[in-house]
Design a protein around this ligand. Structure first.
Ligand SMILES: Nc1ncnc2c1ncn2[C@@H]1O[C@H](COP(=O)(O)OP(=O)(O)OP(=O)(O)O)[C@@H](O)[C@H]1O
Ligand SMILES: [Mg+2]
Length: 409
């Protein structure tokens, strides 16, 4: 069974809500995720739950369904609103549709009519998201794929991925797409201050899809910088597999000069697929022993199990500070590779950028921390030549499968 349609019921009459819930709970492909008794509650529930469909009564007090529809359409545009009215509320209904409702039901209605209307409204709207005006003729290009990875959480992957993308798109004037592959807790949209309307889930659920459909799900941060957001809810992460990620990357290559992928710190299939597809991997380390130990393990895996060529992995030191932590030279000794960029520590600018949603490379391009990102960008994007996709190794064997395969070999 595919994903169930997540429905919020809004009606001021408790018996009506109960009977709607009972009708819907008979349906295997529908899940009632919440109830609200007036427009204000509906707005709060919609913000918190981001349901697929909101079944909304028109006449409610103190806040009516039209006001709620207006607010929700603007703030939670991914939720599709279906109005419920009684005969004689034609004028209200017209206002509700103008406010952003997608369909309506006239009370009393039967179970079949209800279920069909909910499914149809949602499917119509989903198709609309993915209906993309064919873009201009796509140039023959294969964007370079750079994955920002680490064996530790909180070392600055997202900070570096977003600032690197902003710098390459702004200063080098290259077209960049960031893919947020921290599938459960992606925060690229927070660092760039936008609310995603479509995410990688909309892509993978679209049945057949390719470059045009992926393009239709990108958020445009600026002319040269686009974002494919992570799922809105942690439980949606499991809808995205390694095969999807490979196809997303292949679909994005013709659209951009650089595809920059932010990751979570694990070797799960989606991240493995991104690492396989990458032309280069920026491995982020900080100068503390626990992180260095995990980065060592991570390099062993990349070189020993995954068979990546040595020059595919680039070591980046983040939060570099001479007075605390181990020396960068000691880090290089321990890891056996040299660093390609050192990004200084600047907690004030890093936090200010995260809180304002403006990357520090744009707000403070001369700051040492921005200079560190520039150094990294020159290493990774300095060459004008865009490399061809690398060959794949042991594609669908999974991480543990690859370890076993290697042990057996
Ligand atoms: N160079 C830096 N100097 C000072 N603070 C930094 C620097 N880089 C990142 N930070 C801060 O470190 C924290 C973690 O950064 P970030 O969220 O980018 O890490 P992450 O590796 O993506 O974390 P997660 O594993 O949770 O996704 C943030 O508060 C960020 O502002
Ligand atoms: Mg992160």
């Amino acid at each position: 069974m595919g994903r169930r349609l997540r429905v919020l019921i809004v009606d001021d009459s408790a018996p009506t809500r109960d009977s709607l819930r009972r009708l819907l709970e008979f349906q295997q492909d529908i899940e009632v995720v919440g109830e609200a008794a007036d427009g204000e509650e509906a707005i709060n529930q919609a913000r918190a739950l981001v349901p697929d469909v909101i079944l909304m009564d028109i006449n409610m007090k103190p806040v009516d369904g039209i006001t709620a529809t207006e607010v929700i359409s603007a703030e939670v545009p991914r939720s599709v609103i279906v109005m419920m009215s009684v005969q004689g509320e034609q004028e209200y209904l017209r206002q509700a549709m103008a406010a952003g409702a997608r369909d309506y039901l006239t009370k009393p209605f039967g179970a079949d009519e209800l279920v069909n209307t909910l499914h149809n409204a949602y499917e119509r709207e989903s198709r609309r998201w993915l209906q993309v005006v064919p873009g201009p003729h796509l140039p023959e290009r294969k964007g370079k794929v750079i994955t920002v990875f680490s064996a530790k959480g909180g070392v600055g992957k997202t900070t570096i991925a977003t600032n690197l993308a902003a710098l390459i798109s702004h200063e080098l004037e290259k077209e960049v797409v960031i893919v947020d592959l921290d599938l459960q807790f992606g925060d690229v949209p927070v660092l760039l201050d936008f609310e995603p309307r479509r995410t990688i889930v909309d892509v993978v659920e679209a049945g057949e899809w390719g470059t045009e459909e992926v393009r239709g799900c990108l958020y445009e941060y600026s002319q040269n910088l686009k974002v494919l957001a992570a799922p809105m809810r942690p439980e949606e992460a499991e809808l995205v597999g390694g095969g999807h990620v490979k196809q997303v990357i292949e679909s994005l290559r013709p659209l951009a000069d650089f595809i920059i992928i932010d990751t979570a710190q694990n070797f799960h299939e989606p991240v493995l697929a991104a690492l396989d597809e990458s032309d280069e991997i920026a491995i982020i380390s900080t100068l503390d022993i626990p992180t260095v130990k995990n980065v060592r393990l991570c390099l062993d895996v990349m070189q020993g199990v995954l068979d990546y060529p040595v020059d595919k992995t680039k070591l980046v030191v983040n939060r570099d500070a001479e007075d605390i932590g181990i020396k960068a030279s000691l880090l290089e000794d321990k890891l056996g590779i040299s660093t390609c960029a050192r990004i200084p520590s600047d907690g004030r600018l890093a936090i200010q950028a995260a809180n304002t949603g403006v990357p520090f490379v744009l707000s403070n391009p001369r700051a040492p921390i921005s200079q560190g990102i520039r150094e990294l960008a020159q290493e990774l994007a300095g060459s004008e030549e865009i490399k061809a996709a690398p060959g794949r190794t042991a594609v669908n064997r999974g991480f543990f499968g690859r370890i076993l395969h290697r042990r057996r070999a």
